[in-house]
Design a protein around this ligand. Structure first.
Ligand SMILES: C[S@@+](CC[C@H](N)C(=O)[O-])C[C@H]1O[C@@H](n2cnc3c(N)ncnc32)[C@H](O)[C@@H]1O
Length: 223
């Protein structure tokens, strides 16, 4: 309980920082997400969960595209604020951790989880993946990204367990980052019937204005 409260407070600060520095509208939607939105439309999929939604950029994007959106985060301050500002009333918002998803089995056509699942220790990542599997319908899509152990920030800060560091990334010093490999990813997703893993490099600007490459995996796993 103490732990959950602590993480929640840290993320509240982080979310407030992102909003004040960048503003919601300046955070873009990646080609990966746009392509997956097209794929979901092609499948006739409708009901999606944006897990660790943050400011809600993906929730709002998918809502605009006609999906039935459920958005959740360990701290819903920012999504609450944004939907209010934009006068959006049809996104279902729920505050919870990704290790305990309060929805029935086989409920969602897809779960989207970006820049989020690596902010945890391994037992939490495993628990989150098994929760996502549980709430997905058969043939449902788990669409997420996760930091690679080839990222430049790997090894920075204090290692709190294997490949998991605190203090490795500017602006997110107090939250854990787990860095994974393709091999580890595939074993974490062994319950899923079909897995596609792509390497991605995207540009990040740190608090000092330096631009650097962030290396991650973009993953689609089908139940
Ligand atoms: C970097 S932000 C990404 C937000 C959003 N997915 C996006 O791509 O814009 C990471 C988010 O993960 C959330 N988060 C961290 N730990 C979490 C947990 N255990 N359960 C649910 N959300 C969590 C944070 O509150 C934060 O909003």
């Amino acid at each position: 309980m103490t732990n959950k409260f602590k993480i929640s407070e840290e993320w509240k600060e982080y979310n407030q920082y992102v909003t004040s520095e960048y503003g919601f509208n300046q955070i873009s939607i990646s080609t990966f997400i746009i392509n997956m939105k097209n794929q979901l439309l092609k499948c006739g999929y409708k009901t999606i969960l944006d897990l660790g939604c943050g400011s809600g950029r993906h929730s709002i994007y998918f809502n605009n595209e006609g999906f039935e959106v459920y958005a959740s985060d360990i701290n819903c301050h920012n999504i609450d604020k944004h939907v209010k500002e934009l006068n959006i009333t049809n996104i279902n918002i729920c505050e919870h951790s990704f290790i305990d998803i309060p929805y029935d089995d086989d409920f969602f056509d897809a779960v989207i989880c970006t820049s989020t699942i690596h902010h945890a220790r391994m037992y939490e990542i495993k628990r989150a993946i098994s929760e996502v599997y549980r709430v997905l319908k058969p043939q449902g899509y788990f669409i997420f990204d996760i930091l690679s152990d080839k990222d430049a920030s790997y090894g920075v800060g204090m290692e709190i367990e294997h490949n998991t560091f605190i203090g490795s990334r500017q602006g997110e010093e107090d939250v854990p980052h787990h860095y994974t490999s393709e091999r580890e990813l595939k074993s974490l997703l062994d319950l899923f019937s079909n897995i596609k893993v792509d390497k991605s490099i995207y540009k990040l600007t740190d608090l000092s204005g330096n631009i650097y490459d962030s290396k991650a995996f973009e993953v689609v796993a089908i139940k």
